[in-house]
Design a protein around this ligand. Structure first.
Ligand SMILES: Cc1cc2nc3c(=O)[nH]c(=O)nc-3n(C[C@H](O)[C@H](O)[C@H](O)COP(=O)(O)O)c2cc1C
Length: 397
């Protein structure tokens, strides 16, 4: 896939309309953002997450910003497409957790500039903590309340779990899979979406030294989870500390499982500093691997996936969509200093969404119009559809 050019090519009238709308909505986006964008720009912003239609493709990724109900309610009000709650560490019915080392909180988060190998200055969040550090019961309470807050805005809310991942040659602790999955499904019922988190700190751990151990996890986790309850399972793949071709092998292995969807790919791991990081190195690597993975796939075999990694603009979202993503999940963009957003009021989520959609140079609407102008995206029913950006998805497919 050839990268998008420096600036979107769009008629001058639409460029000035975006400039006007940036100002007009700097204190809050229209309530029904999707209907508004159809009417004003002829674009359908709907995305898809975990097999559910979402109003915009931008969702909140699992992490420190989805730890309480107030945050989820603010995201629903801001217009986000979906929310993934912080990762909880799986436990068995006796409360035992094989991944207990991940249930810790270590240090405060720091938002930092990071220059990529390609020389671009981006943002990364440095933090040494790991999973949910309160009890599983408290997580279930959060999950119930968050589902309710989401439902009021028809916004899906997913749980995220780190289940037991044994070193090579050792058995899986099935009781952790059973207890954790069934407890979540008892709360979420048919709405239960679970992302299995393979985190960057796991990539940096001894457990991930061998490629075979990683591939075994990817193959075995879906049947272990799905045997417990009929949940929608997503596999959030880590960036392993191996080369691109192993990353492609991971993706192909995951694609062949019964998981309903994939999340590609969690942050990189800096072994020297012992921290996960993002920025342009992360999106460069992810887009490169996704480009390679597509080679030779028939359209019907391409998995729809939720992208993650440096989605700090509509442009980056469009780049992932051009490689098959149906949504994106974001963390860093919600933590930027206030002057990084074009909006002057509202929650972080509302301000971020305003720029992600409306920025005349970097926003999703501008880039969808560009793809329409350049002939890469064809209109259907008089509208340009975000979900048609993926190769093999549009009206010509
Ligand atoms: C402070 C912090 C905590 C995170 N915690 C989790 C987590 O608990 N589970 C998880 O699956 N991903 C976690 N992530 C990864 C994010 O969900 C996201 O996939 C990643 O940061 C890439 O998106 P971004 O470049 O927009 O930040 C965390 C990221 C950050 C920055």
């Amino acid at each position: 896939v050839i990268p998008l050019p420096g600036e979107p090519r769009l008629p001058a009238a639409l460029h000035s309309r975006l400039l006007q709308d940036v100002e007009r909505f700097s204190k809050g986006l229209p309530g029904d953002i999707n209907a508004w964008a159809r009417e004003r720009y002829g674009v359908d912003l709907s995305g898809e997450y975990a097999g559910r239609k979402v109003r915009v493709p931008f969702g909140k990724a699992s992490g420190q910003l989805s730890m309480n109900t107030a945050e989820v309610a603010a995201d629903a009000a801001a217009g986000l497409g979906f929310v993934v709650l912080k990762t909880v560490i799986a436990e068995d019915s006796a409360g035992e957790r094989s991944m207990a080392a991940w249930a810790v909180r270590e240090s405060a988060m720091r938002v930092e500039r990071r220059v990529s190998q390609s020389g671009l200055e981006g943002w990364t969040v440095t933090w040494k903590g790991r999973g949910w550090d309160r009890s599983f019961e408290e997580y279930l309470v959060l999950y119930r309340a968050a589902l309710e807050a989401g439902a009021a805005a028809a916004m899906p809310v997913a749980a995220s779990v780190k289940y037991d991942l044994p070193p090579a040659g050792q058995p899986f602790r099935e009781d952790e899979y059973a207890h954790t999955t069934r407890s979540l499904a008892a709360v979420g019922g048919p709405d239960t979406i679970i992302e299995k988190d393979f985190s960057p700190t796991l990539a940096g751990d001894d457990r991930s030294r061998e490629r075979e151990a990683i591939l075994r996890w990817i193959e075995r986790v879906p049947p272990l989870v799905l045997a417990q309850a009929p949940v929608t399972l997503g596999m959030k793949l880590m960036n392993a500390r191996f080369d691109d071709s192993f990353q492609v092998t991971m993706l192909e292995t995951a694609r062949a499982t019964e998981a309903a969807f994939l999340v590609c790919f969690n942050r990189l791991f800096d072994a020297e500093r012992g921290v996960a990081y993002g920025g342009w190195d992360l999106s460069d690597r992810n887009l490169r691997v996704l480009d390679r993975a597509r080679i030779g796939w028939r359209p019907a075999e391409r998995p729809r996936f939720s992208a993650t990694g440096n989605i700090i603009s509509g442009r980056v979202m469009a780049e992932y969509a051009r490689r098959g993503a149906s949504s994106g999940q974001l963390h860093t963009v919600f933590q930027l200093p206030p002057e990084a957003y074009l909006a002057r009021a509202g929650s972080r989520s509302a301000r971020a969404l305003h720029s992600l959609l409306l920025d005349p140079r970097e926003g999703l609407i501008a880039w969808m119009l560009h793809l329409g102008e350049s002939g890469e995206l064809h209109s259907r029913g008089g509208l340009l559809h975000f979900l048609d950006i993926a190769p093999g998805a549009g009206p010509d497919a």
